[in-house]
Design a binder for this molecule. Sequence first.
Ligand SMILES: C[S@@+](CC[C@H](N)C(=O)[O-])C[C@H]1O[C@@H](n2cnc3c(N)ncnc32)[C@H](O)[C@@H]1O
Length: 292
Amino acid sequence: MIEAVSEEKKPIDNLDIGDAFNEEKDEEFCKLLESLYQKYGYDFRQYSEAHIKRRIRNRMTLSGIKDISEIQFKILNDEAFVIKLLHDLSITVTEMFRDPNFYKSLRENVIPLLKTYPFIKIWHAGCSTGQEAYSMAILLQEEGLYERSTLYATDFNQQVVNQAKEGIFSNVLIKEYTANYQVSGGKASFSDYYTSDDTNAIMNQSLKKNIVWANHNLVTDSVFAEVNMILCRNVLIYFNKDLQNKVHTLFYSSLVKGGILALGSKESLRFTDLNNKYVEADRKNRIYKKKY
Ligand SMILES: C[S@@+](CC[C@H](N)C(=O)[O-])C[C@H]1O[C@@H](n2cnc3c(N)ncnc32)[C@H](O)[C@@H]1O
């Protein structure tokens, strides 16, 4: 699992590593990903090549590494460096009520279905620092469904899972989160859901009690649980087509019949092998329903 990352050095701007991965060096790039997998079990071999190359180039700049053989050496011999690199490869940007219209649509189109279940299980795959799961917990509380719900929030980056469990977010972010909450159709005041000190907002314990946080790798781990709904938003965008198909197969086996799959605003089931196994519940907001 990816553990804590120490302080960054300032990026070094004047290093000429622009062609660290030109076409002839693709073989070395593959070897590098192979080493990460063989030595540490992290499999980035089917992530989008452009994304991985960009992140590795960035890490080379930050660490003053001039060529690909040097980074290969570090991968094989410097665990502290590998931890930083793994963290770089996991983009953790997230926010509370991200894409507020998506949550509005959940209220209108999905909550009525969830209300028909005696128990509700929801999987947040790639939950990052937890904002998506806390948003869902708030929504479920407002709809009177939280007490019969279990939220499984998973990520392969242990550092963000630890942060998510804490549920502590900088006060600087709260203005944006509050605006998102209001646009999403929030029924109360966002400030009802946290207590604040000078620097941070601490999410209410009542939101945390039915959330199970766990380390889970979508590439190498198997089905997590049988669930009524899966949210995997802004994760698959970093995977190539084959890997997207593999993960969608995992989601398909994890969902009950009639279960809901929610993707990110730039993601779609359209070109995947599983497309005809779902109907669109809300095309614009990337919400799909598994066929009966
Ligand atoms: C951009 S964040 C998305 C967070 C949240 N779902 C959202 O939309 O705001 C992507 C998350 O996916 C996680 N991730 C990437 N690859 C993964 C994998 N193979 N298994 C599990 N999580 C993964 C990253 O660690 C990161 O926290």
